[in-house]
Design a protein around this ligand. Sequence first.
Ligand code: SF4
Length: 391
Amino acid sequence: MASTSTVKPNKMNWLKMDWQQELQKNITSVSELEKFLPLSADERKNLEEVATRHPMNIPRYYLDLIDPNDPHDPIRKLAVPSTEELILAGAMGETTCDPYGDDKHDKGNGILHKYPYTALVVATEYCSMYCRHCFRKRMVGLPNDQTVKSFQQAASYIAEHTEIKNVVMSGGDPLMLPTDALAKMLDSLRNIEHLNYVRIGSRAPVVFPLRLADNELIDLLADFNRDKPLYVPTHFNHPNEITPEAKEAVARLRSAGVTVNNQAVLLRGVNDSVEALTELMDGLLQIGVNPYYLYQCMPVERVRHHFQVPLKEGVDLVDDARRKMDGYAKRFKFIIGHDIGKLEICGRADDKMILKQLHARPGHQEESSRILVRQLTDNGGWLDDLPEVAI
Ligand code: SF4
């Protein structure tokens, strides 16, 4: 299905512009949006309210991937505010604004240190697009004091904690920082001997590939990569995002020696079909991206109700899709990123779901690598919804 045609043609040359000027042309208001997509009077009124809760920010490139005549277009669901975001919780159950328990592991200066071997640094709160399903909705796109004021102080914490083996620069999207600011941050990590590698989490290859057309940025990444291996976890969710521009952005990252891994999220109305998942994983391999994680959508306020797929349905969907994938495509892990740690959903046996805990929260190391069994229910969408089964 995806072997020859996943990379879809696009009509404008989006890689020949000045990235900072182009960013200024992002669609940030409902009145601008209306010039591109038909909205009903009700929608217009409600979307204005939604956008005050979680700002809208859509690059013109990404907007161009939407079919304006299809209200169910998957790219539209990822980018355009929906009136369903007015529902704090809903059919899928309770919600929270911090499902991963980030705040408990906040060490100041933007450092989240949950697992001993990994430190996550919030390098910026800005993203080139504000994804409607973002699990960091509480901080992304809003002015807040979580942003690193001094990355040097964050780097000092990392240097003092020799148990830290890798750093994730996150946010927000660190690749949207000016190149010289990113260079200073990377420089402060370059000589920390106990760091094996650095990750820069970025959705720019997917939503704003123009950023990777900047030679200065690619030179910086290549230079750092000579000292420490650099990985970019990125976030493709649907095969329609795999365009010639995205392919070129990934090729440029790879030309700098960067390994690109994908972390998708299973989302209702976006990729909750065998065809979408199969085309996505196959398409990623076509452009040199490794399928790495498929996350279960978290119980986040204004997200869960309309985006989360019940686990009973999701586990079957993933298994059905995997049957159509080759060995490299099916390497991804289906993951619950929970407060207690990261859990892989291994599959189901009759009406029970089998999980393996991959990482454990501080003080509970004995939980790492354990097997868990939960009773599947019709509508349970999160670990806590499913009754425990003794093993
Ligand atoms: S790019 Fe990532 S951090 Fe930014 S809005 Fe999207 S999901 Fe959230």
